[in-house]
Design a protein around this ligand. Structure first.
Ligand code: ADP
Ligand code: MG
Ligand code: ZN
Length: 493
């Protein structure tokens, strides 16, 4: 395209140079391109831009965890399955179901499974597809979407259709909040479509939508007769993660060594999408090694990759490696001290933005923390820099994230009434008082951390030599070494 334009321009210049009058040609060209742009924006292709109907069908049993959400959704869907009964009883039809929850938790999957479950045809679009520079285009696309839903239901011989709108917050944010009236028109069109839907209509249409920001949705969307069923799709807990891992490894040959339960335990905070990516990455690692089966260590590496990104190509200098290993061992030693058995894996191979890191075994699925736990985590965060200081007498820039994390934890302590300030009103706490208390907590924890690491000082250096050589230490190996070296030292002493 660009080349053609360039050649065209060159040709025109050439004609102009020959003395031919090029003005009419240029005007014609401009007219044609404007016409093309308008046709492209509003014409029949606009509808074609919205995602084509999905052929692959998804079943509810391909969705891991989410038992609660699944049950609630199936119950709601029964109105489509037993519509005659519903009509008999004079029940108001369900028009909209809103799925809310963080990205990658399976909302899109649920909508697709809903279509399979109710034997409906499925069309989908994302909120961002309705946003255009030109007023009226979004509304037109909403109309097209619903028309297409009815069409494809008829074509496929189905009695119902599900229209799925992902990221509905893009068009469904509170009206009047933005300067652009385009959003308002799009939202109004959606409301009009929903209000116009009849129980007696054939095919019957159900709208499903997904968002992570139900708090910013226009209340008009949530009124009865619109999205009056809201289903929360949460991050999976340990059982849910195990279930998802089982589903995502169904088609992969797993070695006997693989303990998915262990993987589920170590992936606290992973979404379904991250677990899918984890299973895939593990298989890729097996492939790279020329193995026929995926092994536990592939999963371990894949967790690192999903969390921290791909290994970076840069090769640190030897000095840097030693410093990084001292830093990471600082984290690891303090982690073992405040919570024995907590180190899962130490590495000094650079990945993403990190030069190295220590992965901790999560404390089960925890949503509540005690002051001791927070204090412990602050010390673990500070330990990298403190270890560097003990060995080198100075610190490096490598601890910036650690300090941010430590400050965040300290702030949590203050705001939750766990600090020396006692119970505080977090919203009205003067900034300087907060800062001062955070500083005090950090200084106190730093002192404690230094005391711990001082007793390990010889071990720190000895083990850093091991880590530099091995690049990775898993938790078990680290603990064994730690107790060995500690044993030797106490024998000498
Ligand atoms: P969302 O719409 O909530 O952002 P998706 O449904 O698009 O999440 O999930 C993306 C991918 O992640 C899915 O295609 C699937 O492979 C995987 N996934 C997410 N949640 C689950 C789950 N609960 N069970 C199985 N796989 C899941
Ligand atoms: Mg999605
Ligand atoms: Zn660190």
């Amino acid at each position: 395209m660009e080349i053609a334009i360039g050649a065209g321009v060159a040709f025109l210049l050439f004609l102009g140079y020959l003395g031919v009058n090029v003005l009419p040609i240029i005007l014609l060209g401009v007219f044609l391109s404007v016409a093309y742009l308008l046709w492209d924006r509003r014409g029949p292709t606009a509808a074609g831009r919205v995602e084509a109907p999905v052929r692959h069908t998804v079943n509810f049993d391909e969705i891991g965890g989410q038992e609660h959400a699944k049950r609630e959704l199936m119950e709601a869907l029964d109105f489509l399955r037993y519509r005659d009964k519903i009509r008999q009883l004079g029940i108001r039809p369900l028009k909209g179901i809103l799925l809310t929850g963080p990205p990658g938790t399976g909302k899109t999957l649920m909508a697709k499974a809903a279509a399979t479950y109710t034997d409906s045809s499925f069309v989908s679009a994302s909120g961002s597809e309705f946003v255009e520079m030109y007023v009226g285009v979004g509304a037109q696309r909403v109309r097209d979407l619903f028309r297409r839903a009815r069409q494809s239901a008829r074509k496929e011989g189905k009695d119902s259709a599900i229209v799925f709108i992902d990221e509905i917050d893009v068009i469904g944010g509170r009206r009047g909040n933005h300067s652009h009236q385009e959003y308002d028109q799009t939202l109004n069109q959606l409301l009009t479509e929903m209000d116009g839907m009849q129980t007696t209509a054939h095919p019957l249409v159900l709208v499903m939508a997904a968002t992570n920001r139900v708090d910013i949705l226009d209340p008009a969307l949530l009124r009865p007769g619109r999205f009056d069923r809201i289903i929360k799709v949460d991050m999976p807990d340990k059982e849910g993660r195990l279930h998802i891992l089982r589903i995502q490894t169904r088609n992969k040959p797993l070695a006997k060594s693989v303990d998915l339960e262990q993987v589920a335990r170590e992936t606290f905070g992973f979404s379904g999408a991250q677990l899918e990516s984890l299973a895939n990455e593990a298989a890729i690692m097996a492939l790279r090694e020329g193995q026929d089966e995926v092994e536990q260590r592939h999963f371990r590496d894949a967790v690192d990759k999903v969390l921290m990104g791909e290994r970076t190509g840069r090769i640190p200098s030897r000095e840097e490696l030693v410093r990084v290993s001292v830093h990471e061992l600082g984290h690891a030693i303090v982690s073992e001290t405040v919570r024995p058995g907590s180190v899962s894996h130490i590495t000094i191979s650079p990945r993403g933005n990190a030069l190295g890191y220590v992965r901790q075994v999560p404390e089960g699925d925890t949503y509540l923390y005690t002051k001791d736990q927070l204090d412990g985590q602050i010390m673990v965060a500070l330990a990298g820099a403190v270890a560097e200081e003990l060995v080198y007498g100075n610190r490096s820039t490598g601890a910036q994230n650690d300090f941010e994390q430590a400050s965040r934890l300290a702030r949590t302590e203050v705001e939750c009434g766990l600090s020396g300030l006692g119970i505080v009103d977090a919203e009205n706490l003067p900034q300087n008082l907060l800062d001062e208390e955070v500083r005090r907590i950090l200084a106190e924890r730093e002192q404690k951390t230094r005391e711990i690491l001082k007793t390990y000082r010889p071990i720190l250096e000895e083990m850093s030599a091991v880590l530099v050589q091995e690049e990775n230490l898993d938790g078990e190996m680290f603990r064994r070494r730690l107790s060995e070296v500690k044993g030797n030292l106490s024998n000498v002493g």
